[in-house]
Design a protein around this ligand. Structure first.
Ligand code: AIR
Length: 163
């Protein structure tokens, strides 16, 4: 029995369903100077109707922001993090240290690179066992987006696997 003063429970579906336009992919990068390159990942996701968000946060300059973002990523509905950085490109690895979501690293070249981008490639690829980062090629954020789409397709079609 209820009257106008009794709050009615929302239907369960409405309470638990995530908004359909909630971002599934988080694109993060170490500097605003990386944005023109990393926006290419966003363009691929948009072409495939995958909702994403794009943020600048440096593993070295904003370490607490990176940690908070990555710790909350799964709870916020993200399924994959794409992380791009140049030079000593710690961002993908630090992201993977703070989330169990798949992290796709994008090594970026930079005007200050010591070895034509090899510095960032090695920083992204040479992760210690147990903290995985998938890497695409130098300056290839489009492939990071294509890989993220494939990961989401697998994840959405199967039950979670312990690991
Ligand atoms: N970077 C920023 N914080 C840590 C790193 N490794 C990278 C950025 C960018 C490069 O340093 O990802 O590729 C130069 O950054 P900026 O801000 O000087 O242009």
């Amino acid at each position: 029995m209820s009257d106008a003063s009794t709050p009615q429970a929302e239907p369960l579906e409405a309470a638990v369903a995530a908004p359909t336009d909630a971002p599934r992919v988080g694109i993060i990068m170490g500097s605003k100077s990386d944005l023109p390159m990393m926006e290419k990942a966003g363009a691929v996701l948009a072409e495939h109707d995958v909702a994403y968000e794009i943020r600048v946060m440096s593993a070295h300059r904003d370490p607490e922001l990176v940690a908070d973002y990555c710790k909350n990523a799964r709870m916020r509905g993200l399924g994959v993090i794409i992380a791009g950085a140049g030079l000593s490109a710690a961002l993908p690895g630090v992201a993977a240290a703070h989330t169990d979501l798949p992290v796709v690293g994008v090594p970026l070249s930079s005007s200050l690179t010591a070895a034509g981008g090899l510095d960032s490639i090695l920083s992204v690829v040479q992760m210690p066992p147990g903290v995985p980062v998938a890497s695409v090629g130098l300056d290839n954020p489009k492939n990071a987006a294509h890989l993220a789409i494939r990961i989401l397709n697998v994840a959405d079609a199967s039950a979670p696997v312990k690991g």
